[in-house]
Design a protein around this ligand. Structure first.
Ligand code: GUN
Length: 282
């Protein structure tokens, strides 16, 4: 029997309905949740992402501020804008779109965002909160992957989870979230000699590498939950993930499609984080 699909569009709709209710409840208390998105330069993909983030805010009753700057903006001026947004009571979440122009140090900019407003969860302090199990804002993509795993109804506690990829934005926080949910976690990466040795033992596999056909059917334990974070193009130019979807679907128990899987969840979790940031204020 082929795997059940974990539908990221449907799950996003459910979560966004709750976001709308929570935003309305906050607004009724005089605290309309607000997200500031800062875009520096004219990267066309970034412009699309940013537009989608602002649109999602409008659709669910969040206030949003979009600040667009020329690629020549100085690092000092960007840091000054972040400081102003940190102090703005109408802004509960701040997202500076990456990548930044080369003359700006992204680490400095991320560190300048108030931890309570770090809705990307990319800062060293947010990462430290996650590592130590303190409450805080979690990076949106792995947070969305957790919601997708939870949606299967399979308890995570005691399961073996394998994360393929060790990026600061997905792989590492994903492993920590699974650990916090009491999974036994293995992290594989480009220097792992045989990834299949690990994934064949896994009840949950999260592939976050950025290379198609990283996870093939022979690498998957029958019945496993497979989450595909990849966004690649095949030879025909069609969007595909890191997982050999058609073949793995015949082995896995649950699988996320690409497109329509993890992708839609990322912006949804950005909205959730903005709501959480607004709700966490005294
Ligand atoms: N660029 C691509 N994805 C992201 C993201 O999730 N957050 C930020 N800040 N920049 C990005």
């Amino acid at each position: 029997m082929p795997a059940q699909l974990i539908d990221g569009v449907a799950l996003s709709q459910q979560i966004r309905a709750q976001v709308g209710q929570r935003a309305a409840a906050l607004a009724a208390r005089g605290r309309r949740p607000g997200l500031a998105v800062v875009l520096v330069g004219d990267d066309s993909a970034s412009a699309v992402y940013v537009r989608n983030k602002v649109k999602a805010c409008h659709e669910h009753g969040l206030h949003s501020v979009l600040e667009k700057y020329d690629a020549s903006l100085s690092e000092a001026d960007l840091l000054a804008r972040v400081a102003a947004l940190n102090a703005d009571p109408a802004v509960h979440g701040i997202l500076v779109q990456m990548p930044l122009p080369r003359h700006i140090d992204p680490h400095k900019v991320i560190a300048a965002i108030a931890t309570a407003k770090d809705v990307d969860g990319f800062s060293v302090l947010s990462a430290g909160e996650l590592t130590t199990g303190l409450p805080g804002l979690r990076p949106c993509t792995p947070y969305g992957c957790m919601k997708m795993i939870e949606s299967t109804g399979v308890p995570i506690r005691g399961k073996h989870a394998v994360v393929i990829g060790r990026s600061n934005t997905v792989g590492k926080p994903m492993a920590l979230l699974l650990l916090q949910a009491h999974a036994t976690v293995t992290v594989c990466h480009s220097a792992t000699p045989d990834i299949g040795v690990h994934t064949r033992q896994a009840d949950i596999v999260v592939a976050a590498v950025g290379r198609r056909s990283t996870l093939t059917a022979d690498m998957v334990k029958p019945g496993a939950i497979v989450i595909d974070v990849g966004m690649n193009r095949n030879d025909a130019g069609k969007l595909c993930g890191d997982v050999d979807f058609a073949a793995v679907r015949e082995v896995a128990g649950w699988i996320t499609p690409v497109p329509g899987g993890v992708g839609p969840m990322t912006i949804t979790m950005l909205l959730v984080n903005t709501i959480e940031a607004a709700e966490a204020l005294p």
